[in-house]
Design a protein around this ligand. Structure first.
Ligand code: E4P
Length: 213
């Protein structure tokens, strides 16, 4: 499983990149709004830093406008992936964008059927939202497992991005259940690098080294 970062914050993107393990970035309108910057300018900055997929979401609701918006976003850099919501109009837009060889990420996936439809429409990625399903008492990870099984069984090469990741256990379980990618907020990178026994071990090694006779 690869790591993407789920943010529009350029400092967090640079910091995660410096760890050497970052394969891409996902943004959404809420994350961009939080930054208070021009969307296109920020996408230029991000794609200047990151060679891998950078998801940028459309805000139109009809297929034709989504395609126009998607083409404008894709013109910013070759590694832009156009993020499209899981609707009937979104699927039509994905079909057209994929025929234009523009990468797409179908977002707000909450069922295996939605993921299968998105994949068959030509999506490069599907994004099941784990945390938001958990929030309403459903099992987000079960959804990742179902999508993974369906895609394997039918030799579908659309990649699964585990999204709406809220804590370290989501990361481990997404990897176990077959997500190709987990897109995680920066704070989760900080959390998963740590283990109390690692910190205690470093402290003991340094104490022993400094107190040697
Ligand atoms: C993914 O592409 C989304 O931007 C994101 O993971 C949504 O996460 P949230 O449910 O924590 O807002």
């Amino acid at each position: 499983m690869k790591f993407f970062i789920d943010t529009a914050n350029i400092d967090h993107i640079r910091e995660a990149k410096s760890l050497g393990l970052l394969s891409g970035v996902t943004t959404n309108p809420s994350l961009v709004a939080k930054e208070g910057v021009s969307f296109h300018e920020r996408l230029k900055e991000i794609t200047g830093e990151i060679d891998g997929s950078v998801s940028a979401e459309v805000v139109s609701e009809d297929a034709e406008s989504m395609v126009e918006e998607g083409k404008e976003l894709a013109a910013i850099a070759p590694n832009i992936t156009v993020k499209v919501p899981m609707t009937l109009e979104g699927l039509k837009a994905v079909k057209t964008l994929s025929e234009l060889n523009i990468q797409t990420n179908v977002t707000l996936i909450f069922s295996a059927n939605q993921a299968l439809m998105a994949a068959r429409a030509g999506a490069s990625y599907v994004s099941p939202f784990l945390g938001r399903l958990d929030d309403i008492g459903q099992n987000g990870m079960e959804l990742v497992a179902q999508i993974s099984e369906i895609f394997d069984r039918h030799a579908i090469d659309t990649e699964i991005i585990a999204a709406s990741v809220r804590h370290p256990i989501h990361v481990t379980e997404a990897a176990i259940h077959g997500a190709h990618i987990a897109t995680v907020p920066y704070k989760i990178f900080e959390q998963i690098v740590q283990h109390p026994l690692t910190e205690q071990g470093i402290e003991k090694f340094l104490n022993d080294w400094n107190n040697q006779k």
